[in-house]
Design a protein around this ligand. Structure first.
Ligand code: FAD
Length: 522
């Protein structure tokens, strides 16, 4: 009996199963329904439908097991529930993620001590907070004329809504108070507003998080030409004469290695492992791994003043609490930080257990800063050392510049001002999280308008050096964003997927021009 569970040839091979990889599967299923698509994910399937957010799992023990199963080499290590909980100074990952064992910092540099990854079907979006704001001002990619439309498409794929917490009793209170402190002189688009979120209602009415399952949608799951292979580590992209021809995959269930030929290869393996796979494949453009950026982050907490307990039923198991929602203070070029003001399950547990505290009245404030981009900030790879999966080990070189420190100081002042505006501060002073805490790593496979050595891929996300090879994920974002990046990276994935769909459409129209056998769609 053959131990090979993989096809020998497909039209499109996708590496990773996070929201950006899922966006390729979705757009291809919608727009190139005859194409054969195989998705390879190194981690296990931990939720149902595959890629669903693990916090939606109702049974706490099963939820915790799903988180552990996503933590690759870190499974079993102690984790912290909220970003503020790292105040202890301990180097810990968030549930469902794991940290680099070594190579995260070098002497004289800041490093990214809490740079994290997830290894599971759905990627980090099976564990995320689902905030999907649009980039503004200099966060936007000026050379993409269709960015607005792409962001709309990404919003559709992620099921983004700003109305999820419309009935939350304290949402308006929080926003009114923030608005009074922030809105004066701002263009309407940049004023305080409800945070756009990727959430949806379960059949029982419970509000739950969306993940890659929502991005894939039924159109992908029902696509008989689409197959997802979990526990499958892609070790190499195969290239012949400057064109991607397929990939090499190691079946982690059997340890066997196989080759799959493909007309197109998409690598959406996160901002650290996408450049790792390109490096391992001998695809090493100058810009690979460079301009790495994480959003320096400041947190603070406040208790809403003058509010009385609202009659809100407790959330069902695996659903979100709906007292106060999430508010957004948008980034502007003048105030280069993005505010995420939230209650949700970010409320500090010891306070929530104090029954004198009005439920929903504890507000967590977070400001993410735009990084001062530097070419020398990079993830490099060591050909002589291997990581847990046997891939070239990561070596992170990363520094906060003087400008970063200045912006952080401004963000600290601003977060105290916002905390005072909404209520009574609970912290004596704001806390700057260790680098890597944002979980928003960008720039490592950045997009550019031309192949000038400063970018890895074209505006369609196709790698300059290798035709037919596309990169996906936050690493593709070339700007210094402060806002949560997933909406933007899904938008860029939509553009890349359309390029492939168009080319496949032409190929599918010419019998025999496609390398694989195409069955007709159902
Ligand atoms: P990922 O989701 O990281 O998926 C990459 C996948 O590739 C992984 O599953 C990995 O196992 C797989 N892979 C890697 N290498 C290989 C290989 N060689 N072979 C096969 N598979 C491979 N973002 C926001 O925008 N808003 C938020 O509110 C937000 N909150 C967050 C909160 C938490 C706690 C966490 C953990 C993340 C949060 N993020 C948030 C970040 C967000 O989850 C990521 O931006 C998003 O998931 C990135 O999508 P991706 O498809 O690029 O990569």
């Amino acid at each position: 009996m053959s131990s090979n569970r993989y096809p020998t040839a497909v039209d499109v091979a996708i590496v990773g199963s996070g929201p950006t990889a899922a966006a390729y599967a979705r757009i291809l299923s919608e727009e190139a329904p005859g194409a054969t698509i195989a998705m390879f994910e190194v981690g296990p399937t931990v939720s149902n439908p595959p890629g669903a957010h693990v916090k939606n799992i109702e049974d706490p023990e099963r939820r915790s097991l799903a988180q552990r199963a996503s933590e690759g080499p870190g499974a079993g290590a102690e984790t912290v529930v909220s970003p503020g909980a790292v105040k202890s100074g301990a180097r810990r990952a968030r549930p469902g993620t794991y940290l680099l064992e070594d190579g995260f910092a070098f002497p004289g540099e800041d490093g990214l001590p809490v740079a994290a990854m997830s290894s599971n079907v759905g990627g980090m979006a099976a564990h995320w907070t689902a905030a999907c704001p649009r980039p503004g001002g200099e966060e936007r990619i000026a050379f993409l004329p269709d960015l607005e439309q792409l962001l709309d498409d990404a919003g559709r794929l992620l099921g983004v809504t700003s109305r999820a917490f419309d009935d939350a009793p304290f949402a308006d209170v929080v926003r009114e108070r923030l608005a009074a402190a922030v809105d004066s002189g701002r263009d309407p688009a940049y004023r305080v507003q409800a945070m756009p979120l990727a959430v949806h209602r379960r059949q029982d009415g419970g509000l739950v998080w969306s993940g890659s399952d929502v991005v894939m949608g039924d159109v992908t799951r029902d696509n008989s030409q689409f197959e997802l292979f979990d526990e499958s580590l892609v070790t190499r992209v195969l290239v012949e004469d400057g064109t991607a021809t397929g990939l090499e995959v190691q079946d982690r269930r059997t340890g066997t290695t196989h080759q799959v030929t493909a007309r197109y290869v998409v690598v959406g393996a996160d901002a650290l492992r996408t450049p790792q796979l390109l490096w391992a494949s001998g695809i090493r453009p100058d810009a690979l791994g460079r301009y790495l950026n994480d959003q320096p982050q400041v947190v603070f907490a406040s208790r809403l003043r003058d509010v009385t307990a609202a009659n809100i039923p407790p959330a069902a198991d695996g659903a979100l609490r709906e007292q106060s929602g999430v508010s957004w203070v948008p980034f502007t070029d003048e105030t280069p930080f993005h505010g995420q003001i939230m209650q949700l399950d970010a409320s500090p547990i010891p306070l929530a257990e104090d029954d004198r505290i009005v439920p929903g009245s504890i507000v967590g404030l977070g400001l993410f800063c735009a990084k001062d981009l530097q070419r020398e900030d990079r993830v490099a790879f060591d050909d002589d050392a291997r990581d847990y999966y046997g891939m070239p080990a990561m070596r992170i070189h990363y520094r906060l510049t003087e400008r970063d420190h200045e912006v952080l100081e401004r963000a600290k002042d601003e977060i105290v001002r916002l905390g005072n505006a909404v209520g009574e501060p609970l912290d004596a002073r704001p806390f700057v999280l260790p680098p890597g805490a944002s979980l928003h790593y960008q720039g490592t496979t950045r997009m550019g308008l031309t192949d000038d050595g400063e970018s890895v891929c074209s505006p369609d996300s196709e790698v300059w050096q290798v035709s037919g090879l596309f990169v996906a994920g936050n690493g593709v974002i070339p700007t210094a964003t402060a806002c949560n990046p997933t909406l933007t990276s899904v938008a860029l994935a939509v553009r890349g997927a359309r390029k492939i769909s168009e080319e496949l459409g032409t190929a599918l129209a010419v019998p025999g021009s496609v390398t694989t056998q195409i069955r007709s769609p159902r």
